[in-house]
Write a protein that binds this ligand. Structure first.
Ligand SMILES: NC(=O)c1ccc[n+]([C@@H]2O[C@H](COP(=O)([O-])OP(=O)(O)OC[C@H]3O[C@@H](n4cnc5c(N)ncnc54)[C@H](OP(=O)(O)O)[C@@H]3O)[C@@H](O)[C@H]2O)c1
Length: 204
């Protein structure tokens, strides 16, 4: 099946993700809250594979990267009454104590809270563990690929995003369910999971 991809958010993270698609030659729609006209500079920089879209258009994709602030997820979630069938890649981090406080994380993973908003979606936590300046920027050394961790309660969705990560040039490492291996990708009770900010490479 020919999957359609989109990125919601055109800040540093959305832009970097779009660049990964562009360099691989995979079409991706990008949307933000200000509309497609505001994305002209990104298209000019990244080229034809990056397609400016309205939020509504972006939400028609099969795989949607959520690259918005953690506290903005609900504002995106309400745009679709039913997320069934969608794979949502949760790139958000609830890193600020104020964010964690406000939503009362209290031991819940940010992705579990997001999954509640995105009713029916297959949520995959991935591409969130590195400072964005590091994502996809490792020197191209033969036989070494930057690790990207993938976690989901839906095994098929995890496999799909791992395969996409491999196409985008990474070494995907599947961690299993969110509350198991995936906890290492989250902020929990004010402390960060052990894989956050770890810039690791896999030797092929
Ligand atoms: N910075 C990092 O190193 C890093 C690394 C990994 C993960 N993260 C996480 O990635 C996420 C994005 O980070 P960022 O630094 O790129 O954030 P950012 O600069 O705040 O950009 C957020 C983007 O989301 C868009 N947005 C917000 N609400 C929206 C809505 N309802 N509909 C459509 N678009 C909406 C904004 O649109 P406008 O442009 O129109 O305002 C903006 O383009 C955060 O959750 C962050 O914690 C960050």
């Amino acid at each position: 099946m020919n999957m359609q991809y989109s990125i919601v958010g055109s800040g540093p993270v959305g832009r970097t993700l779009a660049g990964l698609f562009a360099r691989t030659g995979i079409d991706v729609q990008v949307a933000n809250s200000r509309g497609p006209e505001s994305l002209a500079a990104i298209t000019a920089e990244l080229g034809q594979h990056v397609i400016p879209a309205t939020l509504e258009q972006a939400l028609e994709a099969d795989v949607i990267f959520l690259a918005v602030g953690f506290m903005r997820v609900q504002s995106v979630a309400i745009k679709l009454p039913d997320w069934a069938g969608k794979i949502v890649v949760d790139v958000t981090n609830a890193l600020q104590p104020a964010e964690a406080q406000e939503t009362k994380l209290r031991g819940l993973l940010s992705s579990e809270i997001n999954a509640d908003f995105l009713s029916g979606a297959k949520l995959v936590k991935a591409f969130n563990h590195l400072p964005v300046q590091r994502l996809g920027t490792n020197p191209p050394i033969s036989g070494q690929r930057q690790a990207v961790f993938v976690s989901s309660n839906d095994a098929d969705a995890s496999t799909t995003i791992a395969a996409l990560a491999a196409r985008l040039g990474f070494a995907p490492i599947e961690l299993g369910r969110l509350n198991q291996g995936g906890a290492a990708l989250h902020v929990l009770s004010g402390s960060q999971g052990g894989l956050l900010f770890q810039n690791l490479v896999k030797l092929d």
